[in-house]
Design a binder for this molecule. Sequence first.
Ligand code: SAH
Length: 224
Amino acid sequence: MTRRVLDVQGIGMTSQRTRNRLVEYLRDQGICHTDVLAVISKVPRHLFVDEALASRSYENTALPIGHGQTISQPYIVARMTELLLEGENPLAKVLEVGTGSGYQAAVLASLVKEVFTVERIEPLYKATRALLHDLGYRNIRTFLSDGSWGLIKEAPFDAIIATAAPETVPPALLEQLAIGGRLVIPTGRQGQHQVLQVITRQNETEYSTVNHESVQFVPFVTAQ
Ligand code: SAH
């Protein structure tokens, strides 16, 4: 497989200046976690999309990544990351369902100790695994599997983030949260109202849910 040369610095529309403008925009939109903004100013989002779309990679839009999937818009990535980090303790183990382009995983990698990310589409899994390796991310572990089942062999997780929307929350994700851990997940039907939820595990059996903004995500394909 030939791989494109990775222009990490970027030029013109993909440069540091463009990333700084995106960060200013996110701040105006209410993102206030300084660590999250700092990471977004560093991660080269233009390398996570097809070269033909690179010049649009620092706009606040979702972009196609093939196989009918999209890289989420930067605002949503920032917002979900902020919600994930809101708890009291630093996060050691985080599970992401829906690796896609790998951008969300790359953002998380600088903020938590270890990222486990699962993807169900094999070509996406392979391409992203190679990209993350080439970019030098050593604390992201990628898996080809169905995230409806979570990732039992690595559970429990301090936090779980789903970047695709199921109609209802898969029970495995709740079960694989550590006590005090949080799940950030969009839920709802395709083309209908979807809401970003944060579900915190209070103890063995109890969970609390807070609903945040309306969102629009690609489907979380469930096993049933
Ligand atoms: N976090 C990604 C977003 C990609 S879109 C990024 O930053 O680019 C959501 C991804 O979730 C898609 O790649 C889709 O294939 C994947 N997905 C959907 N349902 C899934 C499931 N049950 N298990 C694993 N991945 C799933």
